[in-house]
Design a protein around this ligand. Structure first.
Ligand SMILES: Nc1ncnc2c1ncn2[C@@H]1O[C@H](COP(=O)(O)OP(=O)(O)O)[C@@H](O)[C@H]1O
Ligand SMILES: [Mg+2]
Length: 292
């Protein structure tokens, strides 16, 4: 039986100084262990939803909200952000906002959240060592966070969230500062974290990645969830273009090559699916008897 870890119930939000709502009647559930992707055009409300999931809305931002969000049974409006952070961690869209910058070194920065939780010193060191290896930031531990490149800050920002071992990790466009190889390394780590049981909510613009990793995809437009389901349900929806979202490239490629009706499933969403499907079709073509 799956248990619901996040329950967003008819949640709406308007930032204090804005006339338009940023979230409109958002309703969704995330089950324990699920990998959920949030997609949609810029300004559609993805970051606002992330802020709401971790309680920064309504506890930190000033605005007006309606509805309710519970995370692991806790109402986000009734508990502190600190208490919620024991369960759910956010990696900010802008990694420069993640770090405290009160620490002189990256190691101290990583120790920051652990110290707040009263983790003993020895345990702290071993956790920092482990996460530094995982995120490939060993070389940076003695550096001042202010000296880091964008990509390095992004790795440290992720490390500072993962080191706290939250049940749920919310990732808001967490590879924007990284090159393709760096992004892929980070995604491998995130995939492994999910396989180890951590629930992931990921905002991303890379549809190939979303199709590869997500169990569920939600599309936001003007603050509303306009589409939701499995990657297949979402990416095959004829409405998708209306929401300024394109399916993964593999979808277009396979759709263009395979004639409609030629197979029951005439499209692929991921690289491995596309290769398998194209090989199958080409092999069949080659072996077909010439028509009389
Ligand atoms: N801190 C903020 N203060 C006021 N308005 C904001 C703030 N953050 C976002 N907004 C507004 O909320 C809407 C949704 O933005 P956002 O959640 O950042 O969307 P996305 O992450 O999908 O690009 C936009 O109209 C944006 O201008
Ligand atoms: Mg955003």
């Amino acid at each position: 039986m799956t248990s619901t870890l996040i329950q967003v119930s008819h949640f709406s939000y308007r930032y204090n100084q804005e006339s338009e709502v940023a979230l409109k009647n958002v309703h969704l559930e995330v089950a324990a262990g699920e990998f959920v992707a949030m997609i949609g055009a810029n300004g559609s409300g993805k970051s606002t939803l992330c802020n709401a999931l971790v309680g920064l809305i309504p506890n930190y931002f000033v605005g007006y909200s309606e509805g309710r969000i519970t995370v692991d049974g806790k109402d986000t409006a009734s508990v502190s952000v600190g208490e919620l952070s024991q369960t759910i961690g956010l990696v900010f869209q802008n990694p420069f906002n993640q770090l405290s910058y009160t620490a002189d070194t990256v190691a101290e920065e990583l120790a920051y959240g652990l110290g707040n939780r009263g983790v003993p010193r020895d345990e702290m060191f071993s956790k920092i060592k482990k996460i530094a290896e995982l995120m490939q930031i060993d070389e940076l531990l003695d550096k001042n966070p202010l000296e880091l490149s964008g990509g390095q800050v992004q790795r440290v920002a992720l490390a500072s969230a993962i080191i706290l071992e939250p049940k749920i990790l919310v990732l808001d466009e967490c590879t924007t500062q990284l090159d393709p190889i760096g992004s892929e390394q980070i995604m491998d780590i995130i995939k492994k974290l999910n396989e180890s049981g951590i629930t992931i909510v990921m905002v991303d613009h890379d549809m190939e990645r979303v199709a590869e990793l997500a169990d569920k995809v939600y599309v936001l437009q003007h603050g509303s969830i306009v589409l939701g389901g499995t990657p297949e349900e979402v990416f095959c929806s004829p409405q998708l273009a209306e929401f300024s979202v394109s399916p993964p490239d593999y979808y277009e490629i396979t759709k263009n090559v395979i004639q409609p009706g030629y197979r029951e499933k005439d499209f692929a969403l991921t690289e491995s699916q596309a290769i398998a499907l194209l090989q199958e079709v080409l092999y069949e073509d080659r072996n077909q008897e010439p028509q009389a």
